[in-house]
Design a protein around this ligand. Structure first.
Ligand code: 4AD
Ligand code: MG
Length: 429
Protein backbone atom coordinates (compact mmCIF):
# COMPACT_ATOMS: atom_id res chain seq x y z
CA UNK A 1 0.00 0.00 0.00
CA UNK A 2 1.28 3.49 -0.79
CA UNK A 3 0.91 6.12 1.87
CA UNK A 4 0.84 9.88 1.42
CA UNK A 5 1.25 12.58 4.04
CA UNK A 6 -1.71 14.35 5.60
CA UNK A 7 -0.67 17.52 3.80
CA UNK A 8 -0.59 15.72 0.45
CA UNK A 9 -3.98 14.16 1.21
CA UNK A 10 -5.50 17.59 1.84
CA UNK A 11 -3.90 18.92 -1.35
CA UNK A 12 -5.54 16.03 -3.22
CA UNK A 13 -8.83 16.99 -1.55
CA UNK A 14 -11.08 14.21 -2.89
CA UNK A 15 -11.03 10.45 -3.44
CA UNK A 16 -9.45 7.60 -1.56
CA UNK A 17 -6.26 8.16 0.45
CA UNK A 18 -3.94 6.03 2.63
CA UNK A 19 -2.36 7.90 5.52
CA UNK A 20 -0.54 6.99 8.71
CA UNK A 21 0.50 8.71 11.88
CA UNK A 22 -0.36 9.07 15.54
CA UNK A 23 -3.66 9.66 17.30
CA UNK A 24 -3.70 13.32 18.29
CA UNK A 25 -7.17 13.26 19.83
CA UNK A 26 -9.99 10.74 20.03
CA UNK A 27 -13.68 11.03 20.87
CA UNK A 28 -16.31 8.29 20.64
CA UNK A 29 -20.08 8.08 20.82
CA UNK A 30 -22.05 4.88 20.37
CA UNK A 31 -22.48 5.64 16.64
CA UNK A 32 -19.32 7.50 15.65
CA UNK A 33 -15.63 7.57 16.46
CA UNK A 34 -13.65 10.75 15.71
CA UNK A 35 -9.92 10.19 15.48
CA UNK A 36 -7.74 13.22 14.77
CA UNK A 37 -4.60 11.84 13.14
CA UNK A 38 -1.25 13.63 13.26
CA UNK A 39 1.83 13.16 11.12
CA UNK A 40 4.88 15.37 10.65
CA UNK A 41 3.00 17.55 8.18
CA UNK A 42 -0.39 18.33 9.79
CA UNK A 43 -3.46 16.91 11.53
CA UNK A 44 -6.75 15.68 10.04
CA UNK A 45 -10.07 14.47 11.43
CA UNK A 46 -10.99 10.87 10.55
CA UNK A 47 -14.52 9.61 11.16
CA UNK A 48 -15.64 6.01 11.65
CA UNK A 49 -19.41 5.51 11.36
CA UNK A 50 -20.59 2.33 13.03
CA UNK A 51 -23.48 1.81 10.58
CA UNK A 52 -21.15 1.99 7.56
CA UNK A 53 -18.27 -0.26 8.61
CA UNK A 54 -17.72 -3.88 9.60
CA UNK A 55 -17.97 -4.84 13.25
CA UNK A 56 -14.28 -5.70 13.20
CA UNK A 57 -13.31 -2.21 12.00
CA UNK A 58 -15.59 -0.55 14.53
CA UNK A 59 -14.01 -2.55 17.37
CA UNK A 60 -10.50 -1.68 16.16
CA UNK A 61 -11.46 2.03 16.08
CA UNK A 62 -12.67 1.84 19.69
CA UNK A 63 -9.21 0.62 20.71
CA UNK A 64 -7.52 3.83 19.53
CA UNK A 65 -6.09 5.87 22.39
CA UNK A 66 -4.15 9.10 22.42
CA UNK A 67 -0.74 8.73 20.70
CA UNK A 68 -1.24 5.20 19.40
CA UNK A 69 0.07 4.83 15.85
CA UNK A 70 -2.36 4.04 13.03
CA UNK A 71 -2.77 3.36 9.33
CA UNK A 72 -6.00 4.67 7.86
CA UNK A 73 -7.68 4.41 4.46
CA UNK A 74 -10.73 6.43 3.54
CA UNK A 75 -12.45 9.04 1.40
CA UNK A 76 -11.27 12.59 1.94
CA UNK A 77 -13.55 15.57 1.47
CA UNK A 78 -13.73 19.21 2.42
CA UNK A 79 -15.55 19.89 5.68
CA UNK A 80 -15.50 23.34 7.21
CA UNK A 81 -16.37 21.99 10.68
CA UNK A 82 -13.25 19.80 10.81
CA UNK A 83 -10.18 21.24 12.59
CA UNK A 84 -8.10 21.62 9.41
CA UNK A 85 -10.96 21.94 6.90
CA UNK A 86 -10.92 18.31 5.66
CA UNK A 87 -12.35 15.06 6.92
CA UNK A 88 -11.71 11.43 6.08
CA UNK A 89 -14.52 8.91 6.12
CA UNK A 90 -12.69 5.77 7.24
CA UNK A 91 -13.05 2.49 5.31
CA UNK A 92 -10.06 0.67 6.82
CA UNK A 93 -8.07 1.19 10.01
CA UNK A 94 -5.16 -0.62 11.63
CA UNK A 95 -3.52 0.13 14.97
CA UNK A 96 0.22 -0.31 14.42
CA UNK A 97 1.39 0.46 17.95
CA UNK A 98 -0.90 0.73 20.97
CA UNK A 99 -0.35 3.54 23.44
CA UNK A 100 -0.48 3.35 27.22
CA UNK A 101 -2.25 6.21 28.98
CA UNK A 102 -0.28 9.23 27.68
CA UNK A 103 1.34 11.11 30.56
CA UNK A 104 1.09 14.59 29.03
CA UNK A 105 -2.27 16.26 29.47
CA UNK A 106 -3.24 19.93 29.41
CA UNK A 107 -1.61 22.70 31.49
CA UNK A 108 1.52 21.00 32.71
CA UNK A 109 4.48 22.84 34.16
CA UNK A 110 7.54 23.62 32.03
CA UNK A 111 9.64 21.35 34.28
CA UNK A 112 7.26 18.41 33.79
CA UNK A 113 7.36 18.96 30.03
CA UNK A 114 11.18 18.98 30.16
CA UNK A 115 11.14 15.70 32.12
CA UNK A 116 8.91 14.26 29.41
CA UNK A 117 10.73 15.98 26.55
CA UNK A 118 11.04 12.70 24.62
CA UNK A 119 7.24 12.68 24.38
CA UNK A 120 6.59 16.44 24.41
CA UNK A 121 8.56 16.69 21.14
CA UNK A 122 5.34 15.47 19.48
CA UNK A 123 3.48 18.65 20.46
CA UNK A 124 2.65 21.15 17.74
CA UNK A 125 4.72 23.76 19.57
CA UNK A 126 7.89 21.66 19.60
CA UNK A 127 7.28 20.36 16.08
CA UNK A 128 6.95 23.93 14.81
CA UNK A 129 10.15 25.03 16.55
CA UNK A 130 12.10 22.03 15.26
CA UNK A 131 10.98 22.78 11.70
CA UNK A 132 12.29 26.34 12.09
CA UNK A 133 15.51 24.91 13.56
CA UNK A 134 15.97 22.74 10.49
CA UNK A 135 15.46 25.78 8.24
CA UNK A 136 18.03 27.82 10.18
CA UNK A 137 20.64 25.09 9.58
CA UNK A 138 19.70 24.94 5.89
CA UNK A 139 19.92 28.73 5.58
CA UNK A 140 23.37 28.89 7.16
CA UNK A 141 24.70 26.20 4.84
CA UNK A 142 23.12 27.80 1.78
CA UNK A 143 24.50 31.24 2.65
CA UNK A 144 28.09 30.04 2.92
CA UNK A 145 27.96 27.42 0.14
CA UNK A 146 26.61 29.98 -2.33
CA UNK A 147 29.60 32.20 -1.55
CA UNK A 148 32.11 29.39 -2.20
CA UNK A 149 33.06 28.75 1.45
CA UNK A 150 34.23 25.25 2.41
CA UNK A 151 32.49 23.47 5.31
CA UNK A 152 35.17 22.05 7.61
CA UNK A 153 35.38 20.63 11.13
CA UNK A 154 37.56 20.86 14.20
CA UNK A 155 38.06 18.29 16.99
CA UNK A 156 35.60 18.21 19.89
CA UNK A 157 38.42 17.15 22.25
CA UNK A 158 40.77 20.06 22.79
CA UNK A 159 44.02 20.33 24.76
CA UNK A 160 43.50 24.07 25.48
CA UNK A 161 40.85 26.70 26.01
CA UNK A 162 39.77 29.21 23.34
CA UNK A 163 37.43 31.45 25.30
CA UNK A 164 39.04 31.32 28.75
CA UNK A 165 39.26 28.58 31.36
CA UNK A 166 36.20 29.34 33.48
CA UNK A 167 33.69 27.51 31.27
CA UNK A 168 35.79 24.48 30.27
CA UNK A 169 34.43 20.97 30.64
CA UNK A 170 37.20 18.55 31.57
CA UNK A 171 37.12 15.07 30.11
CA UNK A 172 39.21 12.11 31.13
CA UNK A 173 41.18 11.25 28.00
CA UNK A 174 43.00 7.95 28.52
CA UNK A 175 45.58 8.85 31.19
CA UNK A 176 45.26 12.58 30.66
CA UNK A 177 42.78 15.45 30.81
CA UNK A 178 41.30 17.14 27.73
CA UNK A 179 38.52 19.70 27.33
CA UNK A 180 35.33 19.72 25.30
CA UNK A 181 35.57 22.39 22.60
CA UNK A 182 34.29 25.91 23.27
CA UNK A 183 34.81 27.03 19.67
CA UNK A 184 36.50 25.76 16.49
CA UNK A 185 38.33 29.04 16.07
CA UNK A 186 41.98 28.20 16.77
CA UNK A 187 41.83 25.22 14.39
CA UNK A 188 39.97 27.31 11.82
CA UNK A 189 42.77 29.85 11.86
CA UNK A 190 45.17 27.07 10.82
CA UNK A 191 42.80 25.83 8.09
CA UNK A 192 42.43 29.21 6.33
CA UNK A 193 46.04 29.11 5.15
CA UNK A 194 44.88 26.17 3.03
CA UNK A 195 41.26 27.02 2.18
CA UNK A 196 40.91 30.80 2.79
CA UNK A 197 37.10 30.89 3.29
CA UNK A 198 35.62 28.29 5.63
CA UNK A 199 32.65 27.70 7.93
CA UNK A 200 31.29 25.09 10.29
CA UNK A 201 28.16 24.28 12.25
CA UNK A 202 29.12 22.34 15.32
CA UNK A 203 28.25 21.58 18.93
CA UNK A 204 30.12 23.69 21.50
CA UNK A 205 30.38 23.05 25.21
CA UNK A 206 30.53 25.52 28.06
CA UNK A 207 30.22 24.88 31.74
CA UNK A 208 27.91 27.87 32.24
CA UNK A 209 27.11 28.19 35.88
CA UNK A 210 24.34 30.68 35.23
CA UNK A 211 20.74 29.54 35.16
CA UNK A 212 19.58 32.05 32.55
CA UNK A 213 17.06 31.66 29.76
CA UNK A 214 19.89 32.18 27.22
CA UNK A 215 22.59 29.70 28.19
CA UNK A 216 22.94 26.03 27.35
CA UNK A 217 25.95 23.96 28.34
CA UNK A 218 25.81 22.22 24.96
CA UNK A 219 24.82 24.45 22.05
CA UNK A 220 25.47 24.73 18.32
CA UNK A 221 27.62 27.45 16.88
CA UNK A 222 27.90 28.47 13.22
CA UNK A 223 31.42 29.81 12.79
CA UNK A 224 33.34 31.29 9.91
CA UNK A 225 36.95 32.26 9.42
CA UNK A 226 38.22 34.18 6.41
CA UNK A 227 41.74 35.00 5.20
CA UNK A 228 42.43 38.61 4.14
CA UNK A 229 39.23 39.94 5.81
CA UNK A 230 39.37 42.94 8.15
CA UNK A 231 36.76 43.93 10.73
CA UNK A 232 34.64 45.79 8.18
CA UNK A 233 34.59 42.83 5.78
CA UNK A 234 33.59 40.35 8.48
CA UNK A 235 30.90 42.68 9.87
CA UNK A 236 29.31 42.88 6.44
CA UNK A 237 29.36 39.08 6.17
CA UNK A 238 27.80 38.71 9.65
CA UNK A 239 24.91 41.06 9.01
CA UNK A 240 24.27 39.52 5.58
CA UNK A 241 24.11 36.06 7.20
CA UNK A 242 21.60 37.13 9.85
CA UNK A 243 19.39 38.95 7.31
CA UNK A 244 19.57 35.86 5.06
CA UNK A 245 18.52 33.47 7.86
CA UNK A 246 15.56 35.67 8.77
CA UNK A 247 14.42 35.93 5.15
CA UNK A 248 14.83 32.18 4.61
CA UNK A 249 12.78 31.30 7.67
CA UNK A 250 10.05 33.83 6.80
CA UNK A 251 9.84 32.28 3.31
CA UNK A 252 9.86 28.65 4.45
CA UNK A 253 8.13 28.66 7.84
CA UNK A 254 5.29 31.15 7.75
CA UNK A 255 2.84 28.59 9.14
CA UNK A 256 5.12 27.64 12.05
CA UNK A 257 5.94 31.26 12.91
CA UNK A 258 2.23 32.09 13.01
CA UNK A 259 1.53 29.10 15.22
CA UNK A 260 4.26 30.29 17.60
CA UNK A 261 2.71 33.75 17.77
CA UNK A 262 5.54 35.50 15.92
CA UNK A 263 4.85 38.75 14.08
CA UNK A 264 6.03 38.07 10.52
CA UNK A 265 5.81 41.70 9.39
CA UNK A 266 8.27 42.62 12.12
CA UNK A 267 10.74 39.98 10.87
CA UNK A 268 10.39 41.21 7.30
CA UNK A 269 11.89 44.52 8.41
CA UNK A 270 15.18 42.86 9.42
CA UNK A 271 17.23 44.06 6.45
CA UNK A 272 20.83 45.26 6.24
CA UNK A 273 22.52 47.54 7.16
CA UNK A 274 22.18 47.01 10.90
CA UNK A 275 22.98 49.86 13.29
CA UNK A 276 26.63 49.95 14.42
CA UNK A 277 27.88 51.63 17.57
CA UNK A 278 31.08 51.42 19.55
CA UNK A 279 31.23 50.15 23.13
CA UNK A 280 32.02 53.71 24.25
CA UNK A 281 28.92 55.02 22.45
CA UNK A 282 26.87 52.23 24.05
CA UNK A 283 27.93 53.50 27.48
CA UNK A 284 26.73 57.00 26.52
CA UNK A 285 23.33 55.61 25.48
CA UNK A 286 23.10 53.73 28.77
CA UNK A 287 24.06 56.82 30.73
CA UNK A 288 21.19 58.77 29.15
CA UNK A 289 18.89 55.93 30.29
CA UNK A 290 20.21 56.34 33.81
CA UNK A 291 22.34 53.16 33.72
CA UNK A 292 25.94 53.76 34.75
CA UNK A 293 28.63 51.39 33.49
CA UNK A 294 32.26 52.07 34.26
CA UNK A 295 34.46 52.11 31.09
CA UNK A 296 36.30 48.80 30.99
CA UNK A 297 33.48 46.63 32.43
CA UNK A 298 31.81 44.11 30.11
CA UNK A 299 28.17 44.71 29.18
CA UNK A 300 25.80 42.49 31.10
CA UNK A 301 22.50 41.12 29.89
CA UNK A 302 20.46 43.94 31.42
CA UNK A 303 22.66 46.52 29.73
CA UNK A 304 22.46 44.80 26.34
CA UNK A 305 18.68 44.66 26.72
CA UNK A 306 18.55 48.39 27.50
CA UNK A 307 20.57 49.24 24.37
CA UNK A 308 18.55 47.15 21.92
CA UNK A 309 15.34 48.81 23.16
CA UNK A 310 16.43 51.81 21.05
CA UNK A 311 16.41 49.75 17.83
CA UNK A 312 14.20 47.39 15.82
CA UNK A 313 17.04 45.49 14.16
CA UNK A 314 20.01 43.61 15.61
CA UNK A 315 22.65 46.03 16.87
CA UNK A 316 26.39 45.67 16.25
CA UNK A 317 28.64 46.87 19.05
CA UNK A 318 32.35 47.21 18.18
CA UNK A 319 35.56 48.11 20.02
CA UNK A 320 35.10 46.55 23.43
CA UNK A 321 37.91 47.19 25.95
CA UNK A 322 40.96 45.16 24.90
CA UNK A 323 41.68 44.10 28.47
CA UNK A 324 38.51 42.07 28.95
CA UNK A 325 38.60 40.39 25.53
CA UNK A 326 39.85 36.91 24.54
CA UNK A 327 43.61 36.78 23.85
CA UNK A 328 43.28 36.61 20.05
CA UNK A 329 41.41 39.91 19.64
CA UNK A 330 43.90 42.56 18.48
CA UNK A 331 44.31 46.14 19.61
CA UNK A 332 42.71 48.75 17.40
CA UNK A 333 45.74 50.85 16.30
CA UNK A 334 43.51 53.95 16.25
CA UNK A 335 42.22 53.34 19.74
CA UNK A 336 44.62 50.94 21.44
CA UNK A 337 42.59 50.59 24.63
CA UNK A 338 39.96 48.84 22.52
CA UNK A 339 39.99 45.70 20.37
CA UNK A 340 39.01 45.19 16.72
CA UNK A 341 36.02 43.09 17.69
CA UNK A 342 32.24 43.08 17.71
CA UNK A 343 29.15 41.52 19.21
CA UNK A 344 25.78 41.44 17.51
CA UNK A 345 22.83 41.78 19.89
CA UNK A 346 19.38 40.54 18.81
CA UNK A 347 16.27 42.72 19.22
CA UNK A 348 13.76 42.28 22.06
CA UNK A 349 16.16 40.99 24.66
CA UNK A 350 17.30 37.78 22.95
CA UNK A 351 20.88 38.74 23.77
CA UNK A 352 24.21 38.33 22.02
CA UNK A 353 23.77 36.25 18.86
CA UNK A 354 27.26 36.76 17.39
CA UNK A 355 30.74 37.35 18.75
CA UNK A 356 33.60 38.02 16.33
CA UNK A 357 36.79 39.90 15.60
CA UNK A 358 39.87 40.46 13.55
CA UNK A 359 42.60 38.10 14.78
CA UNK A 360 45.84 39.22 16.32
CA UNK A 361 48.91 38.31 14.27
CA UNK A 362 51.44 39.45 16.86
CA UNK A 363 52.70 36.43 18.82
CA UNK A 364 54.19 38.45 21.68
CA UNK A 365 50.94 40.40 22.23
CA UNK A 366 48.98 37.16 22.38
CA UNK A 367 51.44 35.59 24.82
CA UNK A 368 51.07 38.59 27.13
CA UNK A 369 47.28 38.36 26.98
CA UNK A 370 47.35 34.61 27.67
CA UNK A 371 49.60 35.07 30.70
CA UNK A 372 47.33 37.84 32.00
CA UNK A 373 44.45 35.33 31.80
CA UNK A 374 46.40 32.69 33.69
CA UNK A 375 47.05 30.46 30.66
CA UNK A 376 50.28 28.74 29.65
CA UNK A 377 51.46 30.16 26.29
CA UNK A 378 53.61 27.02 25.68
CA UNK A 379 50.42 25.09 25.09
CA UNK A 380 49.61 27.35 22.12
CA UNK A 381 52.90 26.85 20.25
CA UNK A 382 51.25 25.02 17.36
CA UNK A 383 48.79 27.92 17.04
CA UNK A 384 51.61 30.48 16.95
CA UNK A 385 53.06 28.56 13.97
CA UNK A 386 50.12 29.89 11.94
CA UNK A 387 51.71 33.34 12.52
CA UNK A 388 55.28 32.16 11.85
CA UNK A 389 54.72 30.72 8.39
CA UNK A 390 53.06 33.22 6.09
CA UNK A 391 50.60 35.00 8.35
CA UNK A 392 47.82 37.04 6.73
CA UNK A 393 45.25 39.41 8.17
CA UNK A 394 42.08 37.44 8.89
CA UNK A 395 38.80 37.60 10.77
CA UNK A 396 35.92 35.43 11.88
CA UNK A 397 32.91 35.07 14.11
CA UNK A 398 30.57 32.60 15.79
CA UNK A 399 26.77 32.72 15.73
CA UNK A 400 24.80 31.06 18.52
CA UNK A 401 22.27 29.01 16.56
CA UNK A 402 19.89 28.46 19.50
CA UNK A 403 19.84 32.17 20.40
CA UNK A 404 18.77 32.94 16.82
CA UNK A 405 16.07 30.25 16.93
CA UNK A 406 14.75 31.59 20.26
CA UNK A 407 14.47 35.06 18.74
CA UNK A 408 12.83 33.91 15.47
CA UNK A 409 10.37 31.62 17.29
CA UNK A 410 9.45 34.20 19.93
CA UNK A 411 10.37 31.84 22.81
CA UNK A 412 10.92 32.75 26.45
CA UNK A 413 13.53 30.06 27.01
CA UNK A 414 16.47 28.79 24.94
CA UNK A 415 15.78 25.25 26.21
CA UNK A 416 12.89 24.94 23.76
CA UNK A 417 15.13 25.56 20.73
CA UNK A 418 16.88 22.18 20.89
CA UNK A 419 15.29 18.71 21.11
CA UNK A 420 17.16 17.59 24.25
CA UNK A 421 18.60 20.58 26.15
CA UNK A 422 21.63 20.41 28.43
CA UNK A 423 22.11 22.99 31.17
CA UNK A 424 23.73 22.95 34.57
CA UNK A 425 20.63 21.35 36.05
CA UNK A 426 19.00 19.67 33.06
CA UNK A 427 20.75 16.50 31.94
CA UNK A 428 17.87 14.08 31.24
CA UNK A 429 16.23 12.62 29.19
O1 4AD B 1 31.09 35.15 21.77
P1 4AD B 1 31.59 33.75 21.76
O2 4AD B 1 32.12 33.22 23.03
O3 4AD B 1 32.67 33.68 20.59
C1 4AD B 1 33.50 32.64 20.34
O4 4AD B 1 33.48 31.57 20.86
C2 4AD B 1 34.42 32.90 19.16
N1 4AD B 1 35.57 32.01 19.30
C3 4AD B 1 33.66 32.65 17.89
C4 4AD B 1 34.49 32.93 16.67
O5 4AD B 1 34.93 34.04 16.50
N2 4AD B 1 34.69 31.94 15.84
O6 4AD B 1 30.42 32.80 21.28
C5 4AD B 1 29.77 33.03 20.04
C6 4AD B 1 28.27 32.99 20.20
C7 4AD B 1 27.72 34.02 21.19
O7 4AD B 1 27.57 35.27 20.59
C8 4AD B 1 26.39 33.39 21.56
O8 4AD B 1 25.41 33.70 20.58
C9 4AD B 1 26.68 31.90 21.48
O9 4AD B 1 27.85 31.74 20.73
N3 4AD B 1 26.86 31.34 22.82
C10 4AD B 1 25.96 30.57 23.48
N4 4AD B 1 24.74 30.16 23.11
C11 4AD B 1 24.06 29.38 24.00
N5 4AD B 1 24.54 29.00 25.20
C12 4AD B 1 25.77 29.39 25.58
N6 4AD B 1 26.26 28.99 26.76
C13 4AD B 1 26.54 30.22 24.71
N7 4AD B 1 27.78 30.78 24.76
C14 4AD B 1 27.94 31.44 23.61
MG1 MG C 1 30.81 36.67 23.21
Amino acid sequence: MEFISIKQAMEKGTGQVNIRGWCYRVRNSNKMAFIVLRDSTDIIQCVVEKSKVSEELWNEALKATMECSLEITGEIKKDDRAPTGYEISVSSLKIVGESDSFPITKDQSPEFLLDKRHLWLRSRKMTSILKVRSSVFQAIRKFFNDKGFYEEHSPMFSPTSCEGGSTLFEVKYFDDIMYLTQSWQLYAEAMISALEKIYTISPCFRAEKSKTSRHLSEFWMAETEVAWYNLDDILKNAEDLVAFIVKYVVEHNEEELKFLGQNIEKLKKIKTPFPRITYTKALEILKKDGIKVEWGKDLRTIEEDAIVKHYEKPVIITNYPKKIMAFYKPKDPENPKTALCFDMIAPEGYGEIIGGSERDTDIEEMKKALIAQGEKPEKYEWYFDTRRYGKVPHSGYGLGVERVIAWLCNLDNIKDTIPFPRTMIRRTP
